[in-house]
Write a protein that binds this ligand. Structure first.
Ligand code: PMP
Length: 450
């Protein structure tokens, strides 16, 4: 009975739902999840899949955590909604908790998504410079291959041309530098050296543009959507020095890497001594249970928005931003991450289990295996010497073969034609050892079978 009801729902969906991304997944319109528990979900036909990409790398604690659902329900009964143009306790508590996790002295503006968190950051940096005597500082620099969101400002920082080209012109004032992509670097074969040279390009760009025009640099600690790029920890340290020297605010996009995914609470924490000016987050902040975005700024920056007698406040509002239920969910999510030692778990099992996939590096079509905790990319090449990517159909065939075996994996890279050649794994951080064995065995079997 349930099955036939579900197939009717599927048929209706196909006719009326605008299904994002179906170019990448032609099956998307016929596949539907109806329930989930732990790392697994069930489709409308009753087949079980291990979700090796945590939805869109957001379900850090997996599906079906009762405590999180209960926290949302309890908050909705207590206070269903209140705007953050005023205050409510879950938002106040959560902002305090986030500040503590970031090492203290941060103020947080809440929104509903990663895109919105980045948009908020861009407005904050421009206004900050404006009212601290540097009104000409407006340019925002990001890196090629980066993804920072789908709204027009965040898309302008998203430096994958083919995601933007149909929506041009993108917002003025957004510039892009070379990423620390040591596998294909123009700066030579030594990964650390080439990463540091990529960092140096940022300083070159600031000098060329004139530091009096540059407001901020935004980066993910590990580029996720652009092919899982894992730079040396020194890259971010060098970037932070350059930003400080030129009064360019450093925005760290922790939308994917935040909340334990890479084996630290935040990705930037792999680079000792770095204290970002602004940190943006979403996804793992609630483990995907409810939408929530957050833009956390150092208190010194926040202070500039409180100038006595001047119109200095942030002209930015979000009706649903910091929804009480979403904040309650985030608090419960963080409580579980701490109580269950998720960050240490990711570090340990990332090495012991997912790390086994580094063994694939000897395969003729595997160019490089890159990993930080539970974030892993396998770059597929037709020829190891020339690093020519495999054709996209072969990458899709691997993804589909895994799916046949009950494992969902992803693929990404660059939108430059032919370079969407990186297989992606980002399983829930709570995946059991058996789940991780299943992932490793399945991916090994499929890749070894080609
Ligand atoms: N930044 C990064 C690094 C992301 O991966 C994403 C989403 N994939 C975003 C921002 C945008 O988040 P959202 O889809 O919640 O707007």
């Amino acid at each position: 009975k349930v099955e036939s009801d579900m197939s009717q729902v599927a048929a209706k969906t196909t006719s009326h739902l605008w299904n994002a991304m179906h170019r990448y997944n032609p099956d998307a319109q016929t596949m539907m999840a109806v329930s989930g528990k732990g790392s697994w979900f069930v489709d409308e036909k009753g087949k079980n899949y291990l979700d090796g990409v945590s939805g869109l790398w957001c379900l850090n604690l997996g599906y079906g955590r009762e405590e999180i659902a209960e926290a949302a329900a309890a908050q909705m009964k207590q206070l269903s909604y209140f705007p953050l143009t005023m205050n409510h306790p879950p938002a106040v508590k959560l902002a305090g908790k986030i500040s503590e996790l970031l090492g203290g002295n941060y103020q947080t503006f809440f929104s509903n998504s990663g895109s919105e968190a980045n948009e908020t950051a861009f407005k904050i940096v421009r206004q900050y410079h404006n009212q601290t005597g540097n009104p000409g500082k407006y340019k925002i620099i990001s890196r090629y291959r980066a993804y920072h969101g789908s709204t027009l400002g965040a898309l302008s920082a998203t430096a994958q041309a083919n995601r933007r080209v149909k929506y041009d012109p993108s917002a003025p004032g957004f510039l892009h530098v070379y990423p620390p992509y040591s596998y294909r670097s123009i700066f030579g074969d030594n990964p650390e050296e080439s990463d540091l040279k990529a960092a140096q390009m940022l300083e070159e760009m600031i000098n060329w543009e004139g530091e009096e025009t540059v407001a901020a640099f935004i980066m993910e600690p590990f580029i996720s959507g652009g092919g899982v790029i894992i730079p040396s920890p020194k890259y971010l340290q060098r970037v932070a020095e350059i930003c400080k020297k030129h009064n360019v605010l450093l925005i760290i996009d922790e939308v994917v890497s935040g909340y334990g995914r890479t084996g630290e609470m935040f990705g930037f924490m792999h680079s000792a001594g770095v204290k970002p000016d602004i940190v943006t987050m979403a996804k793992g902040l609630t483990s995907g249970y409810l939408p929530l975005g957050a833009t956390s700024v150092k208190s010194e920056i926040y202070e500039a928005f409180k100038q006595e007698g001047k119109d200095s406040h942030l002209r930015h509002v979000s009706t649903y931003g910091g929804h009480p239920a979403a904040c309650a969910v985030a608090l419960k999510n963080i409580e579980i991450i701490e109580k269950e030692n998720i960050v240490a778990r990711v570090r340990e099992l990332g090495r012991k289990k997912l790390g086994q996939l580094h063994g694939l590096a000897d395969h003729k079509n595997v160019g490089e295996v890159r990993q930080a905790g539970f974030l892993l990319g396998i770059e597929m090449v037709a020829d190891k010497a020339t690093k020519q990517p495999v054709d996209e159909a072969s990458v899709a065939a691997i993804v589909n073969a895994c799916k046949e075996k009950g494992l969902i994996i992803g693929k990404n890279g660059d939108t430059v034609p032919g370079f969407n050649n990186v297989l992606i794994l980002a399983p829930p951080l709570t995946s059991t050892e058996e789940d991780l064995d299943f992932i490793v065995d399945t991916v090994n079997a499929v890749i070894r079978g080609i």
